[in-house]
Design a binder for this molecule. Structure first.
Ligand code: FAD
Length: 414
């Protein structure tokens, strides 16, 4: 076997890849981070949950968050098709939880991702600009990656472990190393989104918070403030609704905006686009067997559900933290490599809770409204904040109730 160039080769430098690199560097491990885009690059996914605050502090990002003047998020408002059906979930909630932050941030992902990557490089991760094209294998074990550099050169990087952090590109699944990519039932959706000026936001302290506008099942819109006057505005439609019929994306965006929710129509009368309209489809999937000899997948590279409650960056950061621990442990004990069970277990447990929340919201909206607004406000706030990675999360009363209901109605297995 060739002597490895590094302990861990990471494919992709989004939140999962950069955070993993920082944790591994803190543990004294050598890291090569391969990224195909040149940063800063635009990325969707701006709203952070409460738990991200502590995770980012651990990554040394608190100064960046304080100085970047990102809007302060105090919670999420969900407005129903009829605006009287409205509920608010604050970032802070749980009485007696002193470590819970009262606020979090809405980040401009170009700046945020670039700052996280800069931190990884400052910590000693080696950044290789190029596209990962393949993996190398030896007797069934992944032993490194093959990269095409910016100048078109092709070279191999040998590593003890490979971490796939390629996001929606699901690189290792594409190479057949994981289980197949299966759809979650949420795939028939398309998001069309842009940054806008002139949207009427929530008044007072809630000006920086997220607002979700419900249209009908699986048809909704988000408003996420990005600065004093710029807002990320997106509409999620059933895929068929995006038939172009000679329209350009701007027209599709405006047409969709005019239909999704009465209150949003009122608030968006004077909206002006201040960037390109973009679209993304088929973004929900799940991949089994996302770890194996010499590799593991982190963040979107093995699963993405519905983005409605903004769990994506949280999951990327949490999984990066856990992945670093299991890789470090495995490197320290070469006689027992690939000690990934704890990572898989915690990841699947959290993803299951996300699934319960989202399925209940869409399929039993009145039951969800009752939990969030009347009977289990603090449980729902706890979940929205992203406290999903403790073994006890399944014991939270609201989680138990959602699981039982979905099981009773045949939506999930026991
Ligand atoms: P990414 O951030 O996608 O990073 C992957 C990186 O890998 C990219 O930089 C890419 O260039 C690089 N890469 C890919 N392939 C290769 C290769 N072969 N070689 C080298 N580099 C490669 N999340 C939230 O937390 N809040 C939100 O409000 C939110 N809204 C969303 C709205 C929509 C419509 C969607 C679809 C998602 C949303 N998300 C949101 C999810 C969030 O964007 C993702 O979960 C998050 O970015 C995942 O981080 P990641 O590091 O796993 O992947």
């Amino acid at each position: 076997m060739i002597a490895p160039d590094c302990d861990v080769a990471i494919i992709g430098a989004g939140p999962a890849g950069a955070a993993l690199a920082i944790h591994l560097r803190k543990a004294g491990r050598s890291v090569v981070l391969v990224e195909k885009e040149s940063f800063p690059r635009h990325h969707i996914g701006e709203s952070l949950t409460g738990e991200c605050v502590g995770l980012l502090d651990e990554l040394g990002m608190s100064d960046h968050l304080r100085t970047a003047a990102y809007p302060v998020k105090r919670g999420v408002t969900v407005t129903g098709a009829n605006s009287r059906a409205r509920f608010w979930v604050p970032v802070e909630a749980c009485e007696g939880s002193s470590r819970r932050p009262a606020t979090t941030w809405q980040v401009r992902r170009d700046e945020f991702d670039a700052a996280l990557l800069d931190k990884a490089v400052a910590m000693g991760a080696e950044l290789v600009r190029g596209t990962c094209r393949d993996v190398t294998r030896d007797d069934g074990r992944v032993t490194g990656i093959v990269v095409r550099g910016e100048a078109g050169d092709r070279h191999a990087i040998a590593s003890h472990y490979v971490a796939d952090c390629s996001g929606q590109k699901t690189f290792l699944a594409g190479k057949g190393l994981t289980g197949p990519k299966s759809r979650t039932g949420y795939e028939n959706q398309t998001a069309v989104f842009a940054q806008v000026r002139g949207l009427v936001r929530d008044p007072g302290e809630r000006d920086g918070s997220t607002h979700i506008f419900y249209g009908e099942r699986h048809h909704w819109a988000w408003s996420i403030p990005l600065s004093k006057d710029v807002t990320s505005l997106g509409i999620v439609l059933p895929k068929g609704a995006l038939r172009r019929d000679g329209r350009d994306l701007q027209q599709i965006f405006r047409d969709a905006l005019g239909k999704v929710n009465g209150e949003l129509i009122e608030r968006s009368r004077d909206v002006e686009l201040c960037g390109e309209v973009e679209t993304i489809s088929n973004y929900s999937y799940s991949i089994e067997n996302f770890t194996g000899p010499g590799f593991l997948c982190v963040g979107d590279s093995h699963r993405f559900f519905d983005p409605i409650f903004s769990f994506g960056v949280l999951i990327a950061l949490q999984e990066a933290r856990l992945a670093a621990q299991v890789i470090d442990r495995s490197l320290a004990d070469p006689a027992h490599p690939d000690q990934f069970d704890g990572f898989v277990e915690a990841s699947m447990r959290a993803q299951r809770v996300v699934e319960y929340v989202i399925r209940t919201f869409w399929d039993y909206p009145f039951a969800f409204l009752r939990l969030a607004h009347f009977t289990h406000q603090s449980d729902i706030a706890e979940i929205f904040s992203g406290r999903l990675y403790t073994p006890e999360v399944m014991e939270i009363e609201a989680v138990r109730l959602m699981r039982e209901m979905l099981h009773r109605t045949g939506q999930i297995a026991a």
